[in-house]
Design a protein. Sequence first.
Length: 159
Amino acid sequence: MQITLLCVGKLKEDFLRLAQREYLKRLQSYARLEVVETREEALPPSGEKGAVEAVLKKEGEHLLQRIPDNGYVIALDREGVMLSSEEFAGFLQNLRLQGQSKLYFVIGGSAGLAGTVLARASMRLSFSRFTFPHQLMRIILLEQLYRAFKIIRGEKYHR
């Protein structure tokens, strides 16, 4: 299985980069995993709706350019479906059994994801009703992917 994390923006903190490196190392034996970072547009200080929409549109275009037609897109969205770790593992296993070999998890920037990206998504996934910083969300997703593969293989993982 080829999994790509499409992320708006770069990780700015050393501790987040270290966590990402650790989970990418752990995931090597379970799937081919790649992190692709796209440019994060500057949000206007005023937060005007039209200006925010323009930022989302630009970021969305950059993300969509990196998704092939046959890619299965999972958009991280606070309004999406919530799954337990076991359900998430089952979901990934079902995708694999259905022949979905190219998964694209999309994490938006500070303003979220453009409607065009959400419309392209095969699934909208939520990890919580809380809002998390998009950089931290990347680490949470990597941890849940690692946990899911451990569950799928019936391997022990701390609770």
